[in-house]
Design a protein around this ligand. Structure first.
Ligand SMILES: [Zn+2]
Length: 139
């Protein structure tokens, strides 16, 4: 899978999610953390889902997580991914708590529940860096 040539559709960068994308460009996974209760959330939201506080800051996460679930895509449901099948979608439980969905940048033979992964960033179309996960050198 040539992830360096990332040309898929991407979400718009908005005032609210810009810190996340700035983090990706800097090679850092940044998520919102509630300033009142400390809850880390993803996706971004105007208020904390735990305590409803509107006060939050963007913090760099460790990038470490474990595979909570995954599936291997064999069908060419999306034209932009047609050259990459099979590829693995992963649902990752970050060390800080949130679940994040993305793809595995590498292609290990076997994937297991609770397998350690780490965040990696791939730059593609228009210089935009995207979050993916890797099973390599996870710690
Ligand atoms: Zn909170």
């Amino acid at each position: 899978m040539d992830v360096a040539a990332y040309t898929k559709l991407l979400p718009d960068i908005t005032a609210r999610n810009k810190p996340f994308w700035d983090g990706c460009a800097a090679g850092e996974l940044r998520l919102q953390q509630c300033s009142d209760c400390g809850h880390v959330r993803f996706p971004d939201a105007p208020v904390c889902p735990q305590c409803l506080s509107a006060s939050a800051s963007w913090q760099a996460m460790s990038g470490n997580g474990t595979i909570w679930s995954w599936c291997t895509m064999h069908q060419k449901y999306f034209a932009a991914f047609a050259d990459e099948v099979p590829y693995r979608l992963v649902y990752v439980r970050l060390a800080e708590g949130p679940l994040v969905i993305s793809v595995l940048a590498d292609a290990p033979e076997d994937v297991e529940l609770d397998q350690p992964v780490r965040a990696v960033f791939r730059t593609g179309a228009a210089g935009r860096a995207v979050l993916q996960f890797s099973t390599e050198t996870a710690h």
